[in-house]
Design a protein around this ligand. Structure first.
Ligand SMILES: [Mg+2]
Length: 254
């Protein structure tokens, strides 16, 4: 196996599964630390702030800095700042996305926005969705933190942010933009901030349609692990294959 300088991990299904840790992933990350190799977490979860994600990782025995955490919220806020600097933004979402937008100094409004930003909101209701639909019909740009339609829980699939963005998009007849995986924006940001070459970076994840495609679209090597939502057999059916398919990270030689 090739050597890399920057290891980028998905979280759920790769480092942990819901509330339970994946020990082989934690051991692998400790090996990276011993070898002083860089690693990052690249998550589509927009509901948590970097400090909340850091706390979750701490419970699983990982001491990471907030700088190592790239979320779809963070990238969305930076994108809005860069391309719509003075814009008024209507937000559907939880702490993570609100905090990220505030950190960038974005003006969050309830009426007449220029941009509608949607992240997962577990208190979403008809009124919020209607407001978003009307704003987009009146010309506001529609941005979703991520396009995941559903996510697995112990009880079955729950609706993901993508399903609500799709609703607003279809009612308003406007195509949304998405910032999370499989969009390569998060990996591009890591590359720009640390100056890696693409061939020095590796994207590791359990979900072909988000993690692996993100790496492929960005142009770096990828590892599919069989510890999460998509199993290896399904991945083998895909046209473009990950660089490596492994059961878990104990099989990856550093
Ligand atoms: Mg995952």
């Amino acid at each position: 196996m090739k050597h890399y300088r920057a290891y980028c991990f998905d979280l759920d299904g790769t480092v942990y599964r819901g509330k339970e840790v994946i020990p082989t992933a934690i051991q692998f990350i400790h090996q990276l630390e011993d070898k002083q190799l860089d690693y990052f977490f690249v998550t589509n979860n927009s509901s948590k702030t970097p400090s909340q994600i850091k706390q979750t990782l701490q419970q699983f025995g990982l001491n990471v800095s907030e700088k190592q955490i790239y979320s779809s919220s963070l990238v969305t806020a930076k994108y809005v700042k860069k391309h719509f600097g003075q814009a008024k933004v209507f937000v559907i979402g939880q702490d993570g996305i609100r905090y990220a937008l505030q950190q960038e100094g974005i003006d969050i409004v309830e009426e007449n926005p220029d941009v509608v930003v949607m992240g997962i909101d577990r208190k979403i209701d008809y009124e919020k969705l209607t407001k978003a639909c009307i704003a987009v019909q009146n010309g506001a740009t529609l941005i979703g933190t991520n396009e995941d339609i559903k996510f697995p829980t112990e009880k079955g699939f729950h609706p993901g942010n993508g399903s609500f963005v799709k609703l607003v998009s279809q009612v308003s007849n406007v195509e949304p933009m998405f910032m999370g995986k499989p969009s390569p924006v998060m990996l591009e940001m890591i590359q720009q901030e640390y100056g890696y070459n693409k061939n020095e970076m590796l994207m590791i994840g359990d979900n072909y349609d988000t993690d692996i495609l993100c790496g492929i679209r960005f142009g770096c090597d990828t590892v599919h692990v069989n510890t999460g939502v998509v199993n290896t057999e399904k991945v083998k059916e895909k046209g473009v294959q990950p660089t490596y398919c492994i059961n878990d990270l104990s099989e990856f030689e550093l």
